[in-house]
Design a protein around this ligand. Structure first.
Ligand SMILES: [Ca+2]
Ligand SMILES: [Ca+2]
Ligand SMILES: [Ca+2]
Length: 285
């Protein structure tokens, strides 16, 4: 056996030893608190909301209140905290970022086909109460409905992230700078960075719209672009990376109003088991 093979086998052994041991917990068995009465859990986000170094998670709902519930990790398991006590028709997706710059992670979610709105919730750290909802702010309140997926990234090479969000009713991805005073600014100014078809294939003619969003620097080609993409990558490291089909590069774009273009990455027909495939990239033109 040669040295390389031995090293490889040794690496495999150490990786196997590091495998985490998973336990299946269910609210059905009382191992987790029951989130609410909605039978549609639309979104799930992982974030350390109380800054104790341990990840927590948030679930969203759209049938009955509450619309957002936080599962806070404690020494004794998981505790349920209501973030949004009201009824909202929250769509799948969600994003995490310290929007107001006070050091704690704030949350973004959008409304589904019944809603024209996108919202953010202000993290009240360190004052947490399981029954006290977080303050909700409006990012978008007009236009078309349905907002399936959002992400933060420095798409403009501005040195700080912007919010990109899908609006399926408009077949458009909107880009918004975080306002200088986000707690006092409603809605946020935003512009269409992409509009049109983005690889949607549909289910027997239904649901013809693209969804999913991730951010990565795909086409950096010059030294300047690399400079900007390095900043973007560091910004994106703290951003949520969602499931794929549409994505955006981190290359700098001109002033507001410039449209990005879509490029097919995978043109193969949709098939079972391929849901994670990146189909379309939306890049600065
Ligand atoms: Ca935590
Ligand atoms: Ca914050
Ligand atoms: Ca805060």
């Amino acid at each position: 056996m040669n040295h390389c093979l031995l090293s490889f086998l040794s690496l495999l052994t150490s990786l196997a030893a590091a495998e985490p041991k998973w336990s299946h917990l269910s609210s059905k068995n009382g191992e987790l608190p029951t989130p609410g009465e909605s039978t549609q859990q639309t979104g799930a986000l992982v974030a350390d909301l109380d800054r104790d170094g341990v990840n927590d998670f948030v679930l969203s709902f759209r049938q009955v209140a509450p619309a957002l519930v936080w599962y806070r990790r404690t020494n004794n398991g998981w505790e349920r905290y209501v973030i949004e006590k009201d009824f909202l028709t929250v769509e799948a997706g969600g994003a995490v970022y310290d929007i107001d710059g006070d050091g704690d992670a704030d949350l973004v979610f959008g409304g589904d086909w019944q809603s024209k709105e996108v919202w953010w919730w202000e993290n009240p750290y360190p004052k947490f109460d399981p029954k006290t909802a977080w303050k909700r702010h409006v990012i978008k309140k007009d236009g078309a409905t349905q907002h399936h997926d959002q992400t933060f990234g420095d798409f403009k090479g501005a040195g700080q992230p912007q919010l990109a969000f899908w609006n399926q009713g408009a077949k458009t991805i909107f880009l918004a700078d975080i306002p200088a005073d986000p707690r006092q600014t409603e809605p946020w100014p935003c512009f269409a960075m992409f509009s049109g078809r983005a690889g949607e294939r549909g289910d027997q003619g239904k649901f013809l719209y693209a969804e999913g969003m991730a951010a990565a620097d795909i086409d950096a080609t010059s030294a300047a672009a690399h400079q900007q993409s390095r900043r973007a990558r560091s910004a994106l490291a703290s951003a949520r990376v969602a499931k794929t089909p549409a994505s955006s590069t981190a290359r700098a774009i001109p002033a507001s109003g410039a449209m990005w273009t879509a490029s097919a990455i995978d043109t193969a027909p949709a098939a079972a088991g391929r849901s994670g495939v990146l189909r379309t990239a939306v890049t600065a033109s």
